[in-house]
Design a protein around this ligand. Structure first.
Ligand SMILES: [Zn+2]
Length: 71
């Protein structure tokens, strides 16, 4: 499920709309979050998740978009 070898599909406009819900410590409730690109790393991209209700940073994630290097 982590493969990024998906072929390009026509009319794929949902990519940016993917919403996730994370627990926000400030709201003390699960909140929908906004993904924000924080850093571009040599081996991927660091994303930060911001609570859409209060703007608090509720998490980070590194997306490795680089091709896997095998042996
Ligand atoms: Zn919040």
């Amino acid at each position: 499920m982590v493969r990024r070898a998906a072929p390009p599909k026509p009319g794929q406009a949902f990519e940016e709309l993917q919403a996730s819900v994370l627990f926000c410590g400030r709201c003390r409730a699960p909140q929908p979050v906004r993904e924000r690109l924080l850093l571009v790393l040599p081996n991927g991209e660091l994303y930060e998740y911001l609570c859409t209700a209060c703007g608090e940073s509720v998490g980070k994630r590194t997306l490795t978009g680089a091709p896997l290097v095998m042996g």
